[in-house]
Design a protein around this ligand. Sequence first.
Ligand SMILES: C[S@@+](CC[C@H](N)C(=O)[O-])C[C@H]1O[C@@H](n2cnc3c(N)ncnc32)[C@H](O)[C@@H]1O
Length: 231
Amino acid sequence: MDFTYTNMLAQLNVASAHPGGFTATKKAWEKLKNFRHDVILDAGCGTGKTLAYLANKTNSQLIGVDQHEAMIKKASQRLQHTSVKLHLANIGSLPFENETIDCIISESVISFNNVRDCLAEYYRVLRPGGTLYIVEITACDTLTFAEQDEINQFYGTQSILTADEWNKLIKQAGFNVIESSPLPATADGQIELEFNDQINSIYIDYLSHHYHLINILQTKLMGQQFFCQKK
Ligand SMILES: C[S@@+](CC[C@H](N)C(=O)[O-])C[C@H]1O[C@@H](n2cnc3c(N)ncnc32)[C@H](O)[C@@H]1O
């Protein structure tokens, strides 16, 4: 397995690897539960912490998709006593019929991909009036080419957009933005991870480098959440 940021998250079984962390997820659910949510998709579910939380909170049909085999393996271990269905699949080509999902949760996933393509695919599978919750790391102001490049090289992201750029693309994809608000760039408080002597120490260096980057770019990066509704 290559040494990449996403492989590090999988190997260390990192949970809630998104701006605002698990606290933001719990608060988001308090809003999302007020909209129709019979079928909920966690797109890019990682190690499955959000789905495990939802499994305790709702009787909705819960589905997770991730393209990373080790992530799906960790998520299926975490979710083994639940009825959550997991798919090893790409969010750019979701294995669902048109307009079959009520709510999509997408926590720190789209920036790793082509933003327009992901939003178009979310739009396709969501029911009319369906809800989309997006959390992404954002740039406070447009980043220099060197800053973008350093971030993309390390995280494997395709782009780090400003909140305004996100708003524009989300609206262009056919969604109303019901609410958009800032979050801390990193996960809150203590991060949940597992470490054992099988894990290559390079991944610990990766984790340190992540915090180093966030620290040196702390005035330039933040998180942003978007509650959106398909028109
Ligand atoms: C930063 S992690 C976030 C994981 C999880 N949402 C969380 O908050 O902990 C990004 C996740 O998105 C997944 N991912 C990225 N691009 C994807 C794609 N095109 N299709 C499916 N999963 C994708 C990665 O494999 C990884 O698990």
